[in-house]
Design a protein around this ligand. Structure first.
Ligand code: ZN
Ligand code: ZN
Length: 123
């Protein structure tokens, strides 16, 4: 793995922020000043194909990257696009019961407001 690719993977694994490519680019540049946005995109694509990260599409916002493959849901802030994880105990069992078989993954996205946007007032 190249130095760039390892740095990008480390950025995604180092916190649970579900960074966008732009944010990853900004953080990667602090470590590797010469890195370009195109390189970041190429490596994100490669890491996704290698099964080391996964891309989460967010309709009105840029795609985000997650290093966790454990099934979990995402809450998306309707105002600023912040994304964070949530889990429901027993959900896996409920889902397999509902569809009558095992499943490999699911996508669960709930729209709400993050703490900061809620404090700044609901429009
Ligand atoms: Zn917000
Ligand atoms: Zn997540």
């Amino acid at each position: 793995m190249t130095k760039q690719r390892a740095a990008i993977l480390d950025i995604i694994r180092s916190d649970k922020s579900h960074h966008t490519a732009d944010e990853i680019f900004r953080l990667a540049r602090q470590r590797l000043p010469g890195i370009s946005l195109a390189t970041v995109y190429n490596n994100l694509h490669a890491l996704e194909n290698m099964g080391l990260i996964r891309r989460i599409t967010a309709e009105r916002d840029a795609d985000r990257y997650d290093s966790s493959f454990i099934p979990h849901g995402h809450v998306v802030c309707e105002r600023c696009g912040k994304m964070w994880d949530f889990n429901i105990d027993g959900l896996d069992g409920l889902l397999s019961d509902a569809i009558g078989s095992e499943f490999s993954s699911y996508e669960l996205k709930v729209r709400s407001l993050c703490d900061r946007c809620r404090k700044n007032g609901v429009a």
